[in-house]
Structures are given as structure tokens and as C-alpha cells.
Ligand binder design. Structure first.
Ligand code: PA5
Length: 448
């Protein structure tokens, strides 16, 4: 099966040949830390072997649960935030046609996401949109205590109970959480919801190939066997620490070389609108892994050609601290041929008979040349197809790359201490028990 390839040929102006060989010893050391578990955060390396070492019984239960939901629900809502929804939504968008929820003759439920903001308007509108239709929910929270999904779960659970009664509602609630602790685990045990586990050694942003991502992806009709196979093949591929042989490690090394030269912001780009969420998933993976100790590449994203008409000016001529990584689909699932028009009043005659994917490809090549000329390094990850196998492969590519990249930059790529700061303040301002001192302090600061 064709697999993804990494192209750094457009970097010649920015990185000298010898720089890769000079960074090799550091990459070899980072690889050793990662593989041998001697690096920081070593208890969160479960993602490394997950594509082959996953719980096969649970995997079968995920498929069965997906089938059940497909059979009894018109709508499915995945409730979660951060790592507990981004991977699932990125994958579902990646694997399905644009507008999948509006497609006629669907064989799977419409899929929506909730609990990823505190917007009352959003949840209100979602509840209205579900209306009286049959629905099921998957509440996903590793800690089981995160405010946003907890609120959404409470609201949607009440709607389920109102429609199906307490016993019927339980049949439509699937809980993905820690195997032993947290409020969601306690509730799921007490109420008898079907449960799936977020493994202890897998952080939220690395969890898309666990039950966290797999159940929503399977409900939406994704081929989770192929997804895992792609990731498993990537796992076998990216074992050699030599950057000339290991493309994921070469990407990590080049990012580090660019970062040291002042290229401190990376834009992940695509040329397909249904890869937009992939960029959002990637931003969490990179940002939460690397933004620590007052350092790290700032991860951003852009969707082309759309954003060439908004961000394009800045990228071409703004502050020269940007570099770009394009996720490029080689063989997009569908295409449109530009029709003939004898009158040619729009002047598009030179494109008549050409396909839009052909034009998109030329746009990509034109952009790489223009941005390179403008002083922006560009790298490309070529993805052969927009299918589950390629997606699994690509996910693993970025996951292992960020682990190496984090160790190259001397930080723990697996923790996220900074995520807690706002949560504590929010709890204190909402008057949650146990936060009384902080409530006083913050109230005084706000009233100054
Ligand atoms: O990566 C992380 O740890 C976070 O982004 C979490 O995924 C997010 O805060 C949700 O946490 P939880 O799954 O515990 O509800």
C-alpha cells in the first residue's frame, strides 16, 4: 500500500546539507530517550505501540457499539474537549465527503460535537437541531471532571431521559474515560453505561487511535481496521534513528534547525477544506507538547487557497519567522472538470477541460515557489489518498515527530501543566468548593 512521503526539497535555501548530519547525534539521543523511556514524561509513551498493542476485545466492542448506534440513531453526539474531540472530528472530516451530515440516503447517523466550548447558544442550537429525532451520545473525558463536557453531558443526558426514560437513556450513553477514577467513571459504573477506556499511558492529544477517537470515527462509518493498520505500518517504518532514512525524524530535525534560526512559527497547511480540523488537531498536538519553559515553535494553521486571500500577504512579506508544512493529498477523492463556454466572457477559456484538482496542484507549486522566494521555508507531507490507512499513517508520523522534536528542544513533550491555570481561576470565580482562598484573591484583583 502506498504510504505518505515527506518532501523537504524546497529547503535548500534555508538549511545546508551539513546541518542535518550535525544534528544527528542529538536526534539519536532523543530516539534513545523515547525508546528506552529515559526521557521526561516517560510514562506517557503508550502512543508508540498503541497501533499494535491496543485492547482487541475493546476494539470489537467499539465496532459493536458503532453498529448499534448506526441502527438506532439518526444523530450521534460526541461530547469532549481538546484531545477528547479534536482527533475524532479531524478524522471524521478527513474521511467523509464535505457536507456529510447533509447527504441524502445516509447509512450512518449525522455526527455532531458538543462540550468543546461553554457557549450556551451552541448547545441550545444543537438541542434544537436534534429535535425529536433518535440520538445517542458518547461522553469522552479522560479526567472525567472537565467542566465543558460535563455541562454538555448533563444537558444532553436530560434530553435522553426525557425522550426514552432512565432505562432507555442508559442504552444510548457511551462513556469513554479513565479505567478507575474520576466523576465520569463513578457515574458510568453507578448507572451502567457501556464504558471504554482512555489508557493511562496515553495523553489526550495522543489519544485519537484509542477508544477516544475510534468510537466516533466508527459510528461515522470510518474503517478503523485500516486506520490502525496505517498507524501500525508507520510504527514499523519510523524506527531507524538515522534522519536520512526516517522521514518523521527528518521532519523533527528540520523543524529544530529552522527554530534555531528564528523560524518560530509553523503553519500547517492544506488544500482541501475537509482537512481544516486536521490542522486543529495538529495544533493541539504540537502546541501542548512543545510550548513549555518559555520556548517552543508556535503552531498555527492555514487553509489554502482560501487563506491565500487573507493571510497570503503576511506570509509572503510579513515578519520572517514563519515556516510552512503542507499536508498535501496526492489523489483527492473527487473532482470537477471546468466546462467549455464558447463565449468565454469570464476569460477562463484557458482552463476549459482541465480538472479543478489539476488547478489546485498548480496553485500548490506556485505557492511553494513564491513563499520560498519570499523567505518562508516550506516542507510537504504527501498523503497518497484521503482514506483511513493514510490517515492512520499520517497521525503516527506527526505523533512520533513531536516526541522527538520535544526532546530535541529539551522539554517534556508529554505533560501540559499550563492547561490547568485557567481552570483553577474559573472554578474559583464560579465558587466551586475547595477554591475559597483563590476566590477571594481573584475577586479582589478583579475589583481593583
Ligand atoms: O491534552 C490534554 O490533556 C487536554 O487538552 C485534554 O484533552 C482536555 O483538557 C480534555 O481533558 P479530559 O479528557 O480530561 O476531559
Amino acid at each position: 500500500m502506498a504510504h505518505i512521503s515527506f518532501d523537504s526539497s524546497a529547503l535548500t535555501k534555508f538549511v545546508h546539507d551539513n546541518e542535518l548530519s550535525e544534528i544527528q547525534p542529538l536526534v539519536t539521543a532523543a530516539d534513545k530517550e523515547l525508546r528506552e523511556g529515559t526521557g521526561a514524561g516517560n510514562d506517557f509513551r503508550g502512543f508508540l505501540d498503541l497501533p499494535v498493542a491496543y485492547d482487541k476485545d475493546e476494539f470489537a466492542r467499539i465496532k459493536a457499539a458503532a453498529k448499534k448506534v448506526q441502527g438506532n440513531s439518526e444523530v450521534f453526539v460526541a461530547i469532549g474537549i481538546g484531545g477528547s474531540y479534536l482527533g475524532a472530528q479531524a478524522a471524521i472530516d478527513f474521511l467523509n465527503p464535505n457536507f456529510y451530515n447533509q447527504q441524502a440516503n445516509r447509512s450512518v447517523p449525522e455526527v455532531y460535537f458538543a462540550g468543546n466550548s461553554i457557549s450556551g447558544s451552541y448547545l441550545h442550537d444543537l438541542v434544537q437541531m436534534i429535535g425529536d429525532r433518535d440520538f445517542s451520545i458518547n461522553v469522552i473525558s479522560k479526567s472525567g471532571t472537565t467542566t465543558e463536557p460535563s455541562i454538555a453531558f448533563r444537558v444532553l443526558k436530560a434530553k435522553l431521559i426525557a425522550k426514552y426514560g432512565a432505562a432507555g437513556a442508559k442504552e444510548r450513553i457511551f462513556a469513554t474515560t479513565d479505567k478507575a477514577k474520576g466523576a465520569l467513571k463513578t457515574e458510568a459504573d453507578a448507572e451502567g453505561y457501556e464504558e471504554f477506556v482512555v489508557p493511562d499511558d496515553i495523553g489526550g492529544r495522543f489519544s485519537v487511535l484509542s477508544a477516544v477517537g475510534l468510537l466516533p470515527i466508527a459510528v461515522a462509518g470510518g474503517d478503523i481496521d485500516q486506520l490502525m493498520q496505517g498507524a501500525a505500518d508507520a510504527r514499523s517504518e519510523y524506527t531507524n534513528p538515522d534522519v536520512t532514512k526516517n522521514e518523521a525524524y527528518r521532519y523533527a530535525a528540520l523543524r529544530n534547525i529552522l527554530y534555531r534560526k528564528g523560524f518560530t512559527t509553523e503553519l500547517l497547511e492544506n488544500y482541501e477544506p475537509n482537512l481544516r480540523l486536521f490542522g486543529e488537531w495538529w495544533k493541539q498536538l504540537m502546541g501542548e507538547s512543545e510550548g513549555k519553559d518559555q520556548k517552543g515553535i508556535y503552531p498555527s494553521s492555514a487553509n489554502f487557497s482560501t487563506d491565500l486571500h487573507s493571510l497570503g500577504q503576511y506570509i509572503q512579506e510579513g515578519l520572517r519567522n514563519l515556516f510552512e508544512t503542507v499536508v498535501k493529498i496526492d489523489d483527492a477523492p473527487n473532482d470537477v472538470t471546468i466546462p467549455d463556454d464558447d463565449k468565454n466572457l469570464d476569460g477562463l477559456g484557458y482552463l476549459a477541460g482541465k480538472s479543478m484538482n489539476y488547478v489546485n496542484d498548480k496553485a500548490y507549486h506556485g505557492v511553494v515557489l513564491a513563499h520560498t522566494d519570499g523567505g518562508v521555508p516550506v516542507m510537504t507531507v504527501n498523503v497518497p489518498k484521503q482514506d483511513a490507512y493514510s490517515l492512520g499513517y499520517t497521525i503516527y508520523f506527526f505523533e512520533i515527530a513531536v516526541a522527538i522534536s520535544g526532546y530535541l528542544n529539551g522539554i517534556n513533550p508529554f505533560n501540559q501543566p499550563g492547561v490547568e491555570a485557567y481552570k483553577k481561576n474559573m472554578f474559583a470565580l464560579l465558587g466551586r468548593q475547595g477554591y475559597e482562598e483563590l476566590t477571594k484573591e481573584l475577586t479582589a484583583r478583579l475589583n481593583k
